[in-house]
Design a protein around this ligand. Structure first.
Ligand code: GLU
Length: 474
């Protein structure tokens, strides 16, 4: 077997979307699994959709996610250039070859004629220029008439190929249109460029979205017309936002970068998107990229769309967070601490030890530490606890004692709280409950009563206890 060569061919139209990254991941996995090469090609011929800066985002996202391409615009390779707009000159030559052997033709139809055709109910181009004589074509080219080059699709028969996921795909030729290959500005269309580039770059496995499944017969006719071997095809079902909507940039669905900002780890993102359209034989769902390379196989690719489930990705992320060492967790958490102004001044290393077992995604830090920012005015009914037979009245009765022991025995707080309970006929859990609520005003906190006091420090603890007392007495 020839060396496997796959490619990811994004158009630089904005952020790298999760669906695009999934395509890149599968192309990477298939290449690496087979000891082959993974290539990045930028398809930027549609200048109207071009968004400045998006090429750089594609480079950095792929690298960050670990999808290291063997060849690409910024890393070079033997089949460059890897940016379509820099390959402009190659395409015309092949289009002319197709004209010579009857698989394409020059078309001089004016915009007005095409509009008229459309208005008269035609669903596709009517091959008007396919029958122009050679002499007329030459004369008009010499005269400088504006032209495009169109593919000349046979009017009868059908075209079949075998997709490695979907099996045999047959399209009646009469369903296909004589699409434009070269536009009037000399630029190729996607329909043409993808074929020429894939061939010239030696791509033998084309992995892409299912929206290209039905155009592929057209592309195959181009391969045939140029006497080239067709590649293998693997088309992927879309990732859906819900049962009826595709995940899409248009709906503001998240990109890789957004998920990183939301506090997902790159390993977890890659792991989760691998599962969006593929499953391993043994139903394992957590794997490193290296394990994925090992396990990936085409038989696991799904025939139906998958639904993006952020809850599940969060769960997978939490597994990765738990596996981090304390140091690694703290280091990563520090990227987020800066977003919460109110954390300044706290012992963040200590905070990290409290948060580590509770954070599922790193932006949980906000939720879990919100009590540090907002304390006044919390609902005093939080003191209610059936298990500890506690309510705001019981709490009121404890407050003087709690303030006193905090004042005098802060360094030995746990024992002081226990002794206070014993002396005054309260259960230990009851005291700890009231103390924790009185300090934080929060139902759940990233640690117990003593840990919260240590985090807040003696002064702030006293301050908060006094506020709570005052409110209980009002
Ligand atoms: N540039 C195309 C896209 O972004 C790539 C399609 C393909 O992989 O052939 O959809």
């Amino acid at each position: 077997m020839n060396e496997v060569r796959t490619r990811f061919a994004p158009s630089p139209t904005g952020y790298l979307h999760i669906g695009g990254l999934r395509t890149a991941l599968y192309a990477y996995l298939f290449a690496k699994k087979n000891g082959g090469k993974f290539i990045l090609r930028i398809e930027d011929t549609d200048r109207e959709r071009y968004v400045p800066g998006s090429v750089e985002i594609i480079y950095s996202t792929l690298k960050d996610a670990g999808l290291i391409y063997d060849e690409g615009p910024d890393v070079g390779g033997d089949y460059g250039p890897y940016i379509q707009s820099e390959r402009k000159n190659a395409y015309l030559e092949y289009a002319k070859k197709l004209v010579e052997n009857g698989n394409a033709y020059y078309c001089f139809c004016t915009k007005e004629r095409l509009e008229h055709l459309h208005e008269s109910g035609a669903t596709k181009y009517d091959k008007h220029c396919a029958s122009l004589s050679k002499e007329e074509v030459e004369m008009r080219l010499k005269r400088g008439d504006s032209y495009v080059i169109r593919q000349n699709i046979p009017e009868t028969g059908s075209t079949t190929y075998t997709d490695m996921v979907f099996g045999d795909i047959t399209v009646e030729n009469k369903e296909l249109e004589d699409n434009i290959l070269i536009k009037s500005d000399g630029m190729p269309t996607y329909n043409f460029a993808n074929v020429i580039d894939d061939h010239l770059m030696g791509i033998n496995y084309v992995i892409r979205g299912v929206e290209y499944l039905s155009s592929t017969p057209k592309y195959n006719l181009l391969y045939d017309g140029l006497g080239w071997e067709r590649p293998h095809y693997i088309h992927l079902q879309p990732i859906m936002r819900d049962a009826t909507h595709k995940l899409s940039k248009r709906y503001g669905d998240a990109s890789y970068e957004d998920f990183i900002k939301k506090g997902f780890l790159k390993e977890a993102i890659v792991n989760y998107i691998a599962l969006l359209g593929w499953s391993s034989k043994d139903n394992v769902e957590k794997f490193s990229l290296t394990e994925l390379v090992d396990k990936f196989d085409l038989s696991g690719i799904s025939h139906s769309p998958s639904i993006f489930d952020e809850r599940k990705m969060t769960y997978i992320n939490s597994l990765y967070v738990k596996e981090m060492t304390g140091d690694a967790f703290h280091k990563y958490a520090c990227r987020f601490y800066g977003d919460y102004e109110y954390l300044r001044g706290y012992n963040l290393e200590f905070l990290s030890t409290l948060l580590h077992s509770r954070v599922e995604v790193f932006t949980d830090i906000g939720k879990l530490t919100h009590f540090l920012l907002e304390f006044d005015g919390y609902d005093l009914d939080l003191m209610n606890n059936a298990k500890w037979k506690t309510d705001r009245n019981v709490a009121k009765g404890m407050m003087d004692g709690l303030i006193e022991l905090t004042e005098n025995d802060f360094d030995n707080l746990h024992d002081a709280l226990v002794a206070f309970g014993e002396k005054n006929g309260y259960k230990k859990g009851q005291v700890l409950w009231v103390y924790r609520i009185a300090l934080t005003g929060a139902q759940s906190t990233p640690g117990g009563a003593v840990e919260m006091a240590v985090l807040l420090g003696k002064d702030e603890s006293l301050n908060r206890l006094k506020i709570t007392k005052q409110r209980l007495c009002e």
